[in-house]
Design a protein around this ligand. Structure first.
Ligand SMILES: Cc1ncc(COP(=O)(O)O)c(C=O)c1O
Length: 347
C-alpha cells in the first residue's frame, strides 16, 4: 500500500485502511445492496442505527452525498434551511443544497461552534406570502471551519427546543461526531438524542477508505434510500465498503483520543512560537487552526512546510489548519512544531 512520504496533516481523510480492514474486505459476505441483499451492509447499518439510538441507517459513498441525501429527505423543494454560515454544507459542497435539493440556505453566523437559540428565533420570520417555508435546522459537529470545535449536548438541546416550538426538524452533519463524544467522554447518544437525523463519516478519523452513514427514523431512511438512488449512489456489492466500516465502529473510535492528545500537544508547542497566534483552549478535538502574523505570506509558509516534508492547508488568507489522525505519531508532531519554529524564526 502506498504510504505518503510526507507528514500529511491536511485532513483525517488521508488515513489509510488498517490491515484488518483490508482482510475484512477480502472476507466480506456480499450481495446486491440495491435489492437490500448485502449482508455486510445490512449488518453495518444495524450497528450504526443501534449506536446512534435511531431506528435505521443507510450507507452512502461520501459525506457530501450523505448531507445532500439528508437535505432532500428532510425537506420539500423550495423550502428554507437554517444553517451555520461557516458550515461545510454551505462552504464546500458546491451548492448542492440549491443546485440539486432546490432549497434556500439561510446562513446564520455563529460566534464559535454554533448559533444561539435566540439567533434562530430572530432568523425565523412570521408566515408571509413573500417568504419560503422554513423546514430544517442544520448543525455541524464537530465544526470543521471553527477548528474541530464541539457543539455540546446542551447547545443541541437549546436548538432542538426552538425547532420543536416552530415545528422544524434538526439535522446534524456529524462527520466527526465520534471525536466530539470521545473528547467529552460521553456516549454519542447524548448528542444524537437532540436531533431528528444525522450523518457521520467512516472515511475520516475512523480510517475507512470510503463511506458515510445516514441515521434516522425508518420513514426518513426509506426516503433517503430513494434519494440516494436518484443521485446514483445505489451501490451493488457494497459490502466491500461496509466491512471496514464494521471494524471502524468496533475498534477505531476509542483511539481518536490519541489524535486529540497529539493536537493539544502541538497547540501547546505552537503557543510558544513567535509569528503564530493560537488560543490552545480552542483545540478540543483533532484540529489545530492558527493565524500567522499578517506580515507572513501563508502560501509561502505552506510551501516551506512542504519542502520540510509536512503538508497542511490554508483555511483563510492567513489561517493554517492542521489535522491529526491515525498515522500521525507524537514524533511527527514534534517535527512539525520544530519545523514551524525554524521556518518562522530561524531562517
Ligand atoms: C463537517 C464535514 N461534513 C461533510 C464533509 C464531506 O465529506 P466527504 O469528503 O466524504 O464528502 C466533510 C469533509 O471534510 C466535513 O468536514
Amino acid at each position: 500500500m502506498h504510504v505518503s512520504e510526507f507528514i500529511d496533516l491536511r485532513s483525517d481523510t488521508v488515513t489509510l485502511p488498517t490491515d484488518e480492514m483490508l482482510e475484512a474486505i477480502k472476507q466480506a459476505k456480499l450481495g446486491d445492496d440495491v435489492y437490500g441483499e448485502d449482508p455486510t451492509v445490512n449488518k453495518l447499518q444495524e450497528m450504526a442505527a443501534e449506536k446512534m439510538g435511531k431506528e435505521a441507517a443507510l450507507l452512502v459513498p461520501s459525506g457530501t452525498q450523505a448531507n445532500l441525501v439528508s437535505l432532500m429527505s428532510n425537506c420539500q423543494r423550495g423550502e428554507l434551511v437554517l444553517l451555520e454560515a461557516e458550515s461545510h454544507i454551505y462552504w464546500y459542497e458546491v451548492g448542492g443544497i440549491a443546485v440539486i435539493a432546490g432549497l434556500l440556505p439561510w446562513p446564520i453566523k455563529a460566534n464559535k461552534s454554533t448559533f444561539e437559540p435566540q439567533q434562530l428565533e430572530s432568523a425565523l420570520r412570521p408566515v408571509n406570502i413573500h417568504y419560503p417555508v422554513p423546514s430544517l435546522i442544520c448543525v455541524e459537529n464537530t465544526h470543521n471551519r471553527y477548528g474541530g470545535i464541539i457543539v455540546t449536548p446542551d447547545q443541541l438541546e437549546g436548538i432542538s427546543e426552538v425547532a420543536k416550538k416552530h415545528l422544524l426538524k434538526v439535522y446534524m452533519d456529524g462527520a466527526r461526531i465520534f471525536n466530539a463524544a470521545i473528547a467529552l467522554r460521553i456516549d454519542v447518544k447524548e448528542f444524537t438524542k437532540h436531533v431528528d437525523n444525522l450523518m457521520f463519516c467512516l472515511s475520516k478519523g475512523l480510517s475507512c477508505p470510503v463511506g458515510s452513514i445516514i441515521v434516522g427514523n425508518r420513514d426518513f431512511i426509506n426516503k433517503a434510500r430513494k434519494n440516494r438512488k436518484i443521485l446514483g449512489g445505489g451501490m451493488r456489492q457494497a459490502g466491500i465498503i461496509a466491512a471496514p466500516g464494521i471494524i471502524a465502529l468496533e475498534k477505531m473510535i476509542d483511539r481518536l483520543k490519541v489524535d486529540h492528545d497529539n493536537a493539544k500537544f502541538l497547540a501547546e508547542k505552537l503557543v510558544k512560537i513567535r509569528g503564530v497566534n493560537i488560543d490552545s483552549k480552542n483545540v478540543q478535538t483533532n484540529m489545530v487552526t492558527f493565524d500567522l502574523d499578517p506580515s507572513i505570506d501563508c502560501n509561502a509558509f505552506l510551501q516551506r512546510l512542504k519542502e520540510n516534508g509536512i503538508l497542511a492547508l490554508a483555511q483563510a488568507r492567513n489561517r493554517v489548519r492542521i489535522v491529526t489522525h491515525r498515522g500521525i505519531e507524537r514524533e511527527h508532531v514534534e517535527i512539525t512544531a520544530a519545523s514551524i519554529d525554524r521556518i518562522l524564526n530561524r531562517t
